[in-house]
Design a protein around this ligand. Structure first.
Ligand SMILES: Nc1nc2c(c(=O)[nH]1)N[C@H]1C(S)=C(S)[C@@H](COP(=O)(O)OP(=O)(O)OC[C@H]3O[C@@H](n4cnc5c(=O)[nH]c(N)nc54)[C@H](O)[C@@H]3O)O[C@H]1N2
Ligand SMILES: Nc1nc2c(c(=O)[nH]1)N[C@H]1C(S)=C(S)[C@@H](COP(=O)(O)OP(=O)(O)OC[C@H]3O[C@@H](n4cnc5c(=O)[nH]c(N)nc54)[C@H](O)[C@@H]3O)O[C@H]1N2
Ligand code: SF4
Ligand SMILES: [Mo]
Length: 768
């Protein structure tokens, strides 16, 4: 039995009105002068010229703060004139804006009124400046003292029948110190309900890499990219989402390497890069990045890689030395079975499924055949499918057969999203049980964490929806808009007794809430943490290097708390001193948190001193070719099935992607410059032949609907745009399309929602 929903009259998905759309041809290059102009426009508008320029000089520098945007690593010798990209600058401007809102603002506008603004408008209101409460039955947030807020949460937590009725969500922007304390508090409270954004993101990578190579992280270091012979960039749009990765690709090319991109779209950043740190990039023609683009159909990477492997296997038989026989023999299991399995498929069948012309597949085979220094980089284009884990395993097969694992300039490179999402997991944000981690908590911190696994994101959605969970707390993020099935997630949150958001900026999760809701505002990464001693934090980048991050700005308001202090105070209020961990002490001295992290989290050692400067790498067994943790002590070559999609004749395959002007659910602006779309986000990219066959006009307004388990879900009002995308495939922006992703459709084993392969119909409006 589900409980009746207590509802304020809030607009769950945001309004869908149109603005004046402008369309141009997609940009043939990334960055360049326009990139600098866009970065400066955002920075100056939000921060003013002086504050922007002086703060940017501290970003990604040794004694400065880590860029709050993506997890791409900084070079060991950062350029003093600026080591950041357009989107890093936008992220900083977004966080370090001088605009802010507090209780006066919320007295004027109810949550119902605010929910009629779109996500861009909500974010543009500025920083959250004081703790706020939305009391039961009210529609206005009002000010609340910090002590009262902590007592309110503690009382609600005490009132639960079981600790598993509380959920502790984390988004990946929190520091190691904050995330460690948060995970520790959840465990001390008695639950492993620690879902995190990773569950919607690289969880498939973690599962696939752990199964095959014995560690859920990538194996390459930044310098490896510079010397690789071939870099495959699959299912990733670095020009927008990891812009400084383009500098690494550029270096690889200058050193004679080549780049293969595997993507249903020809993304601008992968065509040509005008490096703004170089004169040639600013004034000249830039650097051609992709040597070969394989325009694979959505979720048909497995057939494509199988075909490449099949062709390489034929060459290996004819010429020898194509696969690394010694490496395979010494370090792997499963090669023979895989090669036998490849015989079951015809080249014709694989080719047709992949959608790639045969000449291009042959070109890829030629590029790969004689090479060993191969790196595969990937992101959401591989992870967010039902077979996300299998897809990544298939790419790992290629690396293992080529011996391109555990040697310089080779290996796996899952490119992480949020700036510290990898660190958060390393220090204990996980819903599953890591026995070693728990044992070390027991030994060093004196309490026993719960032994039962907790809920991940989709588990948490269901538990709240079905009334099993009653308190939702979020350390950052925007759960409502980031999770799948927006209406279902809204109902889930609205059924909670209490929702608590530790946040920097207003988003829709603050408006679609539990019966009582709290907003606890915190310092951003760029701000100087005040209050205690040793108040710098540490983060881990996508390649496993841990470094200090020291904010430089005066906080936007005096009524904020740092995340570590906030969590420690909450824990102290909850336990009232009756717990073996001295929470109060930890909140005031971060070096004490780092001491604990060193004791409990794997691979962390002397972090207090080693995190300074360029920081230090955590151990990585793949780099050492050590597979002893895996069964038989060997890396696993795996057999992965072809994807099975049964599309009806009028169904398309939709991927939900990011525009150039957003960071996940934070919308910085309404443009997607590289794809030539301005002033509008409600568009659906479609192949011109599909448009002709289905009688769709350019910019015709349609509805998108998906049908799973006999239920139709609809996202309303999207303009059709002709675009170079494989026939039968569509693309549209997230989060506007999340309403189409059913809550119960996710990747096997990693349970990542299928945000990149949703079966949809495109409905003319008069017929819907
Ligand atoms: N500026 C900015 N930076 C960000 C973010 C942001 O929103 N804005 N988000 C951050 C986060 S949390 C993450 S996880 C990353 C996301 O970084 P990306 O994964 O690059 O982001 P998406 O826009 O989801 O792009 C997915 C890419 O995969 C391709 N693709 C989709 N389906 C398939 C497929 O089946 N096969 C293949 N081969 N390709 C496919 C799409 O065409 C697209 O180019 O970026 C991080 N950095
Ligand atoms: N359809 C579809 N859905 C997706 C995806 C997709 O590609 N398609 N991608 C998925 C992916 S990869 C991810 S990672 C998730 C993202 O999911 P989330 O991480 O939950 O979402 P974000 O939009 O990154 O969160 C933005 C909010 O974080 C808060 N914030 C920003 N900085 C800080 C900080 O320093 N501290 C604190 N406490 N709060 C802060 C701000 O209030 C801001 O509004 O979305 C997932 N959802
Ligand atoms: S590449 Fe990522 S981490 Fe580096 S400056 Fe750009 S957004 Fe920031
Ligand atoms: Mo992500």
């Amino acid at each position: 039995m589900t409980k009746k929903i207590y509802k304020r009259n809030v607009c769950v998905r945001g309004p869908d009105r149109f603005s004046e759309i402008k369309i141009t041809n997609p940009k043939p290059y990334a960055a360049g002068k326009e990139g600098i102009a866009a970065a400066m426009k955002h920075s100056f508008k939000e921060m003013g010229v002086f504050r922007a320029m002086s703060t940017l000089l501290h970003m990604n520098q040794k004694d400065g703060f880590d860029c709050p945007s993506c997890a791409w690593p900084d070079p060991e010798k950062p350029s003093r004139i600026g080591e950041y990209c357009e989107n890093g600058a936008k992220a900083l401007a977004d966080e370090a804006t001088t605009s802010h809102i507090g209780s006066e603002f919320f007295a004027e506008y109810s949550v119902e009124e605010l929910s009629l603004r779109n996500d861009y408008e909500l974010n543009a209101l500025g920083r959250l400046a004081e703790p706020l409460v939305l009391r039961k039955g009210n529609i206005h947030y009002e000010a609340i003292a910090w002590e009262e807020a902590f007592s309110l949460i503690a009382d609600e937590l005490h009132s639960l029948q079981s600790p598993d009725q509380a959920i502790f969500y984390t988004s990946g922007r929190s520091s190691n110190e904050a995330a460690f304390l948060y995970g520790l508090f959840a465990r001390a409270f008695g639950t492993n309900n620690l879902p995190d954004c990773s569950n919607m993101c690289h969880e498939s990578s973690g599962v696939a890499l752990s199964e095959t190579l014995g560690i859920g992280k990538g194996s390459v270091k930044l310098e490896d990219l510079y010397g690789a012979e071939v870099i495959i960039v699959a299912g990733q749009n670095p020009g927008t989402n990891h812009p400084r990765m383009l500098s690494a690709l550029e270096k690889c090319k200058e050193n004679g390497g080549c780049i293969i991109s595997i993507n249903p779209l020809e993304e601008s950043g992968l065509i040509n890069f005008k490096n703004p740190q170089r004169l040639k990039g600013l004034l000249g023609s830039g650097e051609q990045i992709t040597d070969l683009h394989l325009q694979v159909k959505i979720n048909q990477d497995i057939p494509l890689i199988k075909l490449i492997l099949k062709k390489l296997a034929v060459l290996d038989k004819l010429e020898g030395n194509i696969f690394d026989a010694d490496f395979i023999e010494k370090y792997t299991v499963g090669a023979e079975a895989l090669l036998k399995d490849l015989d079951c498929y015809s080249e014709k069948e694989l080719l047709a499924l992949s959608g790639v012309p045969v000449e291009k597949v042959d070109a890829a085979v030629n590029l790969l055949a004689g090479k060993q220094k191969i790196i595969v980089c990937w992101a959401m284009g591989l992870t967010q499918h039902k077979n996300g884990v299998e897809t990544i395993r298939e790419y790992v097969n290629l690396l293992l057969l080529k011996g391109a694992i555990g040697r310089p300039y080779s290996g796996t490179c899952p490119v992480r999203g949020h700036s510290n999402v990898q660190g958060d997991r390393s220090v204990g944000i996980m819903h599953y049980i890591d026995k070693g981690f728990n044992k070390r908590i027991e030994t060093h911190l004196g309490f026993t964490p719960p032994a039962e696994a907790g809920l991940d994101v989709v588990g948490a959605m269901r538990a709240m929806h079905d009334g099993e969970a009653k308190i939702f707390m979020a350390l950052g993020g925007n759960f409502l808009m980031a999770a799948s099935d927006t209406d279902y997630t809204a109902e889930a949150l609205q059924r909670c007794e209490l929702t608590v958001q530790v946040s920097t900026k207003l988003n829709r999760s603050h408006l679609v809430t539990g019966k009582t809701a709290l907003i606890l505002p915190n310092y951003g990464r760029s701000e100087k943490e005040a209050g205690g001693t040793n108040c710098f934090v540490t983060v881990e980048n996508s390649m496993g290097r841990v470094r200090a991050s020291k904010g430089v700005l005066k906080p936007v308001s005096e009524n904020l708390k740092s995340e570590p202090e906030l969590i420690a105070t909450l824990a102290d209020t909850y336990f009232k001193g009756a717990h073996p961990v001295n929470w109060k002490l930890l909140g005031g001295d971060y070096s004490k948190i780092r001491e604990m992290i060193d004791k409990v989290a794997k691979g962390f050692e002397n972090t207090e001193s080693r995190a300074n400067g360029v920081g230090y790498y955590l151990p990585n067994n793949v780099r050492e070719r050590d597979f002893s943790k895996l069964p038989g002590g060997k890396a696993r070559i795996t057999i992965n099935k072809l994807p099975e999609h049964r599309l009806e004749s009028d169904e398309f395959m939709l991927m939900t992607i990011r525009s150039h002007d957003q960071f996940n659910t934070t919308i910085y602006g309404m443009d997607d410059r590289y794809r030539g779309v301005y002033n509008e986000r409600r568009i659906v990219f479609m192949n011109p032949d599909d448009m002709a066959e289905n009688n769709f006009e350019k910019l015709e307004v349609v509805n998108l609907s998906s049908r799973y388990d006999a239920r139709t879900r609809t996202a309303y009002n999207f303009m059709v745009l002709p675009y170079k995308i494989p026939k039968g495939n569509l693309a549209a922006y997230f989060p506007e399309t999340n309403a189409l992703v059913p809550y119960n459709q996710f990747a096997d084993r990693s349970r990542t929602p299928i945000s990149k392969s949703i079966k949809v119909r495109v409905c003319k409006r008069q017929s819907s």
